[in-house]
Write a protein that binds this ligand. Sequence first.
Ligand SMILES: NC(=O)C1=CN([C@@H]2O[C@H](COP(=O)(O)OP(=O)(O)OC[C@H]3O[C@@H](n4cnc5c(N)ncnc54)[C@H](OP(=O)(O)O)[C@@H]3O)[C@@H](O)[C@H]2O)C=CC1
Ligand SMILES: O=C(CO)COP(=O)(O)O
Length: 338
Amino acid sequence: MSEPVGNKVAVLGAGSWGTAFSIVLADAGNEVSIWARREEVAEAINDGHENTDYLPGIELPHAIRSTHDPEEALAGADVVVLAVPSQSLRQNLPTFLPHVQPDAVFVSLMKGVELGTLKRMTEVIEEVGDIRSDRIAVVSGPNLAREIARREPAASVVACADDDVATILQKRMHSQAFRPYTSIDVLGCELGGAYKNVVALCVGMAVGLGFGDNTTASLITRGLAETARLAMRLGANPLTLMGLAGLGDLVATCSSPLSRNRTFGEKLGQGMTVEEIYASTRQVAEGAKSCSSLRALAAKNGVECPIVDSVDEVVQGRMTTSQMMESFIARNPKPEIE
Ligand SMILES: NC(=O)C1=CN([C@@H]2O[C@H](COP(=O)(O)OP(=O)(O)OC[C@H]3O[C@@H](n4cnc5c(N)ncnc54)[C@H](OP(=O)(O)O)[C@@H]3O)[C@@H](O)[C@H]2O)C=CC1
Ligand SMILES: O=C(CO)COP(=O)(O)O
C-alpha cells in the first residue's frame, strides 16, 4: 500500500470544525486548502484570515487558503478531510471525487449516521467513491471547535483499518496543542461520535427543564451504556467506548455550553419547537437527525436504546421533554450491568 507522501491537505467544509481542524493541520506543518460552499466565506478566509461566520475573532494561520472551487482545493492534496454535515455527504461526494488524487487518503471528521441507509460516514465514502476501507480514516474525540481553534490542549483518536495509515495521519495532525492517538476501531470511534450527540441532546433537554447534576450524570452514564451496547453488538472494541472517542467526547459534549447538540436540547427543554430552533441557527446539530438513524440501527440489530428512542420521539414531536424524563424513571427496574 502506498503511503501519503506530500504535505497538502484539502479540507472540504468550512464550518466550525473544518476551519478549526485546518488550524491544527497548519500548525502541524501542512499546507491547507479549505473548500467553502459559499464564495464569501472563502474570501473572508483569504482576505481577512478569519472565518467570520463560524469562528469569529479567531485569526487563522496564513498557510491556510480557501476556495469555492473543489478542483482547486483538491489539486495536489494527498490527504482529503471531509467536514460537511453528515446528511449532506452523499450528495457532495460526486462534486469532490473527480478531483481527488489517485492515492489520496480520506479522513472523516463527521459525527453522524446516514438516514435511510443507516451507514456510517466512512461507509458512505467507501460506497460512493469505491474507495478501499483501509484508505479511509476517522478523527473523533472531545474536540469542541472553538476550544481547538484557541489552541487549548486536547487529545483525539485517528482510526483507520490500516494501522500504518493511521500512524502517518497521526504525524500529519500532531500539533503543539493537539495530540492524536491511533486506533484501528473505525466503527467504535464513529458510533461513539454519532451517539454522544444524541445523548447531549437528551442532557440539554434535562438542563432546559431545570434539572441538575445528578440528572445529567445519570443520563451521561446510561447514555454510555447504551452506546457500548449497540457498538459492541456491531463489532466495536468496548475499550474504544471508554476512550477519547467514547467517554471523552460524551463528557465534553454533554457538559459544554459550546455544544450545538446540548444547546439544541436545552432549547427544546425550555419549550422551543424543533422548527424554531432550526430557524435560529445556521449550525448543524447532528444528533437531531442521527437520533432517527441510530434508533433504526439499534432496532435492526435488536438492541434496546431507550435514550435514543425517546430523543427521537421528542424531535418528531410525539413526546414532550417532561414526558421523556418521566418515562426514563418509570421503566421496568433491572440490574445496572447486564
Ligand atoms: N463543531 C465542532 O465542534 C465539531 C464538529 N464535528 C463534526 O463535524 C461535522 C461538520 O460540522 P461543523 O463544521 O461543526 O458544522 P457547522 O455547522 O459549523 O458548519 C456547517 C458547514 O457545512 C456547510 N454545509 C451546510 N449544508 C451543507 C450542504 N448541504 N452541503 C455542503 N455543505 C454544507 C456549511 O456551509 P454554509 O456556511 O454555506 O451553510 C458550513 O460550512 C459534523 O458532522 C460535526 O458533528 C466534529 C467534531 C467537533
Ligand atoms: O463533536 C463535538 C465535540 O467533540 C462538537 O459537538 P457539537 O456538534 O454538539 O457542538
